[in-house]
Design a protein around this ligand. Structure first.
Ligand code: OOG
Ligand code: MG
Length: 262
């Protein structure tokens, strides 16, 4: 496969996103032998196309970093993707179901870096030393594939199902908390749908950022100061419906929420 075909598949997935239409996973007929490396090259083309459209990168994100997520999606390896400026939703605001295909929400911890981090061999402790703030976050994922039915290369090529992010208003210094012990609940209309703790994410969410730095190093890239990085769902993802009032509470980090309208 060459750049031309990567770009063609990237456009196919981007069109599905723009037209809010689900598609059959690309490993079904288009590229049955797609490797993980080639899937990241398709993702790179998606990133380029979004940049060409005038959007900017807020930061990379990690996905499938907890057992809850890996089991739910039947994929056993962490992945990364990118969040863009037009994906960020104001905390407390309303999102419209018509902007999505079949959105789900998951509770996460986001890191804001104060210093660049460059792999290889980055540890969670090094990440904590380079982090300015941690923020409670809700990620809205919206796989472009029918029924979120995908394999590892499919979801990588699809920019890790990225769609929207809601960030809490409160910034906390990472050293003020033990992030692995942060109890987390994800509620819809006042009912707890799922719960967990920071340790669900690779033992400690800082390990997720460390793994990301080490994965990006293979492409000659690094994490940069100011980037906002999602560390991956602590909870499983929950399907959204019209009228939902969504809220996550993260012990010591605070609350973050939004509502869903038609
Ligand atoms: C892939 C995206 C995973 C996370 O936090 O685990 C992700 C998916 O589940 O569709 O963002
Ligand atoms: Mg996520």
């Amino acid at each position: 496969m060459g750049t031309e075909q990567f770009r063609e598949i990237a456009k196919f997935l981007l069109d599905a996103e723009l037209e809010r239409r689900d598609v059959v996973r690309i490993t079904k007929d288009k590229v049955p032998d797609l490797t993980v490396d080639d899937a990241y090259l398709i993702q790179e083309e998606i990133v380029k196309l979004k940049l060409e459209q005038g959007h900017s990168i807020v930061g990379p994100k990690m996905g499938l970093t907890s057992q809850a997520k890996m089991k739910q999606m039947n994929v056993e390896e962490p992945i990364y993707g990118y969040i863009f400026d037009n994906m960020v939703v104001q905390e407390g605001s309303a999102v419209s179901l018509s902007d999505f295909i079949h959105p789900k929400v998951e509770a996460e911890i986001a890191f804001v870096l104060g210093k660049d981090i460059e792999g290889p061999g980055i540890s969670g402790a090094q990440v904590l030393a380079a982090t300015d703030y941690v923020i409670p976050a809700l990620e809205l994922i919206d796989s472009r594939y029918e029924n979120f039915n995908f394999t590892l290369p499919d979801v990588i090529a699809d920019n890790a199902s990225s769609s929207k992010v809601v960030l809490g208003n409160r910034l906390r210094k990472p050293e003020e908390l033990e992030l692995d012990l942060v109890g987390t609940t994800l509620s819809i209309n006042g009912e707890i749908k799922d719960l967990g703790a920071g340790a669900a994410v690779l033992g400690h969410p800082a390990n997720s950022v460390a793994m990301l730095a080490n994965m990006l190093h293979r492409k000659g890239e690094k994490l940069t100061a100011g980037q906002i990085i999602l560390t991956g769902g602590i909870t499983g993802a929950v399907q959204l419906s019209k009228g939902d009032v969504v809220s996550a509470k993260l012990d010591g980090l605070g609350e973050v929420g939004f509502t869903v309208v038609e």
